[in-house]
Design a protein around this ligand. Structure first.
Ligand SMILES: [Mg+2]
Length: 275
């Protein structure tokens, strides 16, 4: 596995990479929030030079809100360089006269019911008590992925980015050990599925073998770009983080702490001589 590189120490050779893969939440955007205007401009500049793929845990409609809506007003032909892998690459969309689905790995309805039941049992067993007020569903069925969000799926949409993200960070500080316990118990109960602690407050369940390394291999397959010509940028590349699987492919990785770091990365890729 290659060592992680920090945004300020990116080797100049990385500017020659053919394709850049980003995580979404905590990397290009704050958790579940849209890209800010500065990021949108940088992102467009990157799309003019390189192919870009985004692999995130959120569903496709969230990708549209967080990533595509902020690019409104820029030339649409740039979207031909953009590849979307929502719900941890259980689905793939590309632009060709509009956004088109290339593949989607849905659960059978029986599987989804089984996962939701396992979640309910494990939450009880782990002693999880939901906070008095939650914002949206705690367990969301995304068709291709079932996701637990401790404070509810819609907290950022309802409370705004600042307050929503603040509360999620607070929950993470207090309850990460509880979350990891829930994830362990769930993995035992669902041995044929993939269970991953993700983001600040969530746990994702997908079909077995689907994680960000699967996403990178799909990019290799569909875009014919070898992994050594890719660069991966994420905020959870540490062991146990939801970007960690990407590292197992041997891809070069840049570890960021949030969107400001990711902007530094993009600046260095689009203007390689700016140091
Ligand atoms: Mg992230």
């Amino acid at each position: 596995m290659k060592p992680l590189v920090s945004p300020k120490r990116i080797p100049s050779s990385y500017a020659k990479k053919i394709l850049v893969v980003f995580d979404l939440d905590g990397t290009l955007t704050e958790s579940k929030a849209p890209m800010d205007a500065e990021m949108a401009t940088l992102f467009v500049n990157l799309l003019r030079k390189k192919r870009v793929a985004v692999i995130g845990g959120g569903r496709y409609t969230l990708f549209k809100e967080q990533l595509i809506a902020p690019l409104e007003g820029h030339p649409r032909e740039l979207f031909r360089n953009l590849f979307l892998f929502p719900t941890t690459s259980t689905a793939f969309y590309r632009y060709h006269h509009g956004w088109k689905n290339v593949y989607i790995h849905r659960f059978y309805s029986g599987e989804r019911a089984k996962i939701k039941r396992a979640f309910r049992e494990v939450l009880r067993e782990a002693g999880y008590t939901p906070p008095q007020k939650v914002y949206g569903k705690i367990i969301e069925d995304r068709g291709t992925q079932v996701t637990f969000s401790a404070l509810g799926q819609d907290i950022v949409a309802r409370l705004g980015v600042k307050e929503g993200v603040r509360r999620k960070e607070e929950w993470r500080r207090k309850y990460t050990p509880l979350k990891m316990k829930i994830a362990r118990l769930l993995a035992k109960r669902l041995p044929n599925l993939e269970v991953r602690a993700a983001g600040f407050t969530s746990i994702d369940v997908t079909k077995k073998g689907i994680d960000k390394s699967y996403g990178l291999r799909q990019i290799e397959k569909y875009m014919h770009v070898p992994i050594k010509e890719m660069l991966f940028v994420g905020d959870a590349l540490f062991r146990g983080g939801n970007d960690y699987a990407a590292r197992l492919t041997g891809v070069d990785c840049v570890a960021v702490r949030g969107p400001e770091d990711a902007k530094t990365v993009i600046r260095r890729l689009v203007e390689p001589r700016v140091r």
